[in-house]
Write a protein that binds this ligand. Structure first.
Ligand SMILES: [Zn+2]
Length: 511
């Protein structure tokens, strides 16, 4: 049975138990619970590689703190409790600060390359074989899941070979012709021209015996005997990605559901390898939007939970690895204005992503001029989506004078109240929204929308979240592992060592 349904509604640590200690610049003790560092005398048959795009250690820890503070639980993120942890350098050939192309190529193909390159060496002339290719030759079934477009850099490095990550059309063709058995998540980004469009890509998929669906009910009922599947989320947002969880409707299929379906479809006697990317953690970090980072990281964690459920019934044959391609945003736990305290529970007042909020701000700006626009018009919108409030001085003084306020609401209202300096920042950002040629525009706002990004900066800072850049950083990331041969992933190593360790995990049976 082949299906081609194209009704796509395009819409718009340190629970890693504190065993990680830096010594002499870059040394790291692995966390070793019951897990031996020596390879086990069995091979990994079911392998999960989870990549949190942009998910540095801080992104994990703020999500962990948030989880505990909101749900009043001692439960940590699943992966920060894994028995093995390593420290992974993310540098690439041409920079200390990598991108998803170079980092993904290292994670998939075991070789460092130049920024922007997909599955090729640093000369951009030699195609590299990915761990997915190598395991396919050993008869593992292969699954690729991501909540960004499936021909975006991180998923692409497992099946494509292109000198530039921007060769979306060429990557889409390689995707459609690939030997992958299951794709799930976002759509495909193409630049339509006379030779290539989405319809043509779908035809190539069809020739490769793929069924393409974007219906939740069909997805839920899909069985392995129904054939190879590329399941696209029923709703797509920017860049053919699935919507942010914080903005999402119930019509979407979650990253956890795409992962669970992959387990169902790929499970076979020869084993499987499934890569699952939490791709929009990075996107939210580029906007310095902590609440959205957290909701995306929690959704990524839920997907890892599906792998853990599978692990329970195959503990001697399953290997789960969780890592990141790089850190994004220079995120810190703590901000100078909140000294030694953080108030991550305030982040629950945000109910919309930076993207959705900036759409609303831009609608306002489009309907006003620099002469008749006023921040006063926008304060209700800012309050509705972030809880930030501007209180007249006399009210603020009287509320602030209450000693030991018992009401959580009052304490939070005071913390969320906008100071006159913060009002000045908002006014300047509104002004700069109309004056788009400010010399400092890119440094102040990172190329993002001034008022939206400033509102979120103020809100983040009040919560004790600090950001240092709107781009990636060169900070090493943590790699967590659980299951058979997990010990291979302890210590300090390069991102390009990860696929080598994965392959080794499948080879140790007869050692
Ligand atoms: Zn990025």
């Amino acid at each position: 049975m082949k299906q081609l349904i194209m009704i796509i509604k395009t819409k718009a640590f340190f629970r890693s138990f504190l065993l990680a200690i830096f010594i002499n610049n870059f040394s790291f003790f692995a966390a070793i619970g019951q897990t031996s560092l020596e390879p086990d005398q069995k091979k990994a048959k079911y392998i999960f590689l989870f990549i949190g795009d942009g998910m540095g250690i801080s992104q994990s820890i703020i999500s962990d703190i948030y989880l505990k503070s909101i749900y009043k639980t001692d439960t940590s993120l699943f992966f920060t409790c894994f028995p093995v942890c390593g420290l992974t350098s993310t540098t690439c050939v041409d920079s200390y600060i990598t991108d998803s192309g170079a980092a993904g190529t290292a994670l998939a193909c075991g070789q460092k390359t130049m920024t922007g390159v997909i599955g090729m060496d640093s000369t951009k002339t030699i195609k590299l074989r990915s761990i997915a290719d190598k395991l396919k030759e050993k008869n593992y079934k292969i699954g690729i899941v991501s909540n960004v477009s499936l021909n975006h850099a991180t998923p692409a490095v497992f099946y494509a070979h292109q000198p530039s990550r921007n060769n979306y059309n060429e990557i889409a063709i390689e995707m459609a012709e690939s030997k992958v058995d299951y794709f799930g998540g976002g759509g495909i980004k193409v630049y339509s021209d006379s030779l290539i469009n989405l319809e043509r890509i779908y035809e190539i998929f069809n020739k490769n015996d793929f069924n393409i669906i974007n219906d939740k009910e069909i997805f839920e009922n899909w069985k392995s005997e129904d054939g190879k599947l590329y399941a696209i989320n029923p709703i797509l947002s920017s860049g053919e990605s699935t919507p942010y969880v914080i903005d999402d409707s119930k019509e979407s299929i979650s990253l956890a559901d795409f992962t669970q379906k992959g387990i169902e479809l790929l499970d076979n006697e020869n084993g499987f390898f499934m890569m699952v990317e939490g791709g929009k953690i990075d996107w939210a970090c580029h906007s310095n939007d902590a609440a959205t980072v957290i909701t995306e990281t929690l959704a990524f964690n839920e997907a890892i939970g599906q792998a853990l459920e599978f692990y329970k019934s195959h503990p001697d044959e399953t290997l789960i690895i969780v890592t990141a391609d790089h850190e994004t945003g220079g995120l810190s736990v703590g901000w100078s204005g909140t000294h030694y305290s953080v108030y991550y529970n305030l982040l629950r007042h945000q109910n919309i992503s930076y993207d959705e909020f900036s759409d609303k701000i831009n609608t306002y700006i489009g309907n006003h001029t620099i002469q008749n626009a006023s921040i006063d018009h926008l304060l209700p919108l800012i309050n509705e989506h972030f809880g930030l409030i501007y209180l007249p001085e006399e009210i603020l003084d009287s509320l602030s004078s209450i000693e030991n306020p018992k009401s959580v609401n009052l304490v939070e209202t005071l913390r969320l109240s906008l100071s006159s300096k913060e009002m000045d920042m908002l006014n300047k950002a509104l002004y700069d929204s109309f004056i788009k040629d400010n010399d400092s525009y890119s440094i102040l706002y990172g190329g993002e929308y001034p008022l939206a990004v400033t509102t979120i900066k103020i809100f983040n800072n009040k919560s004790g979240v600090g950001w240092t850049t709107f781009s990636h950083t060169g900070i090493p990331v943590a790699t967590y592992a659980k299951g058979i041969n997990a010990g291979l992933f302890s210590g300090c190593y390069e991102n390009s060592d990860i696929p080598k360790k994965i392959f080794e995990s499948t080879e140790v049976l007869n050692k």
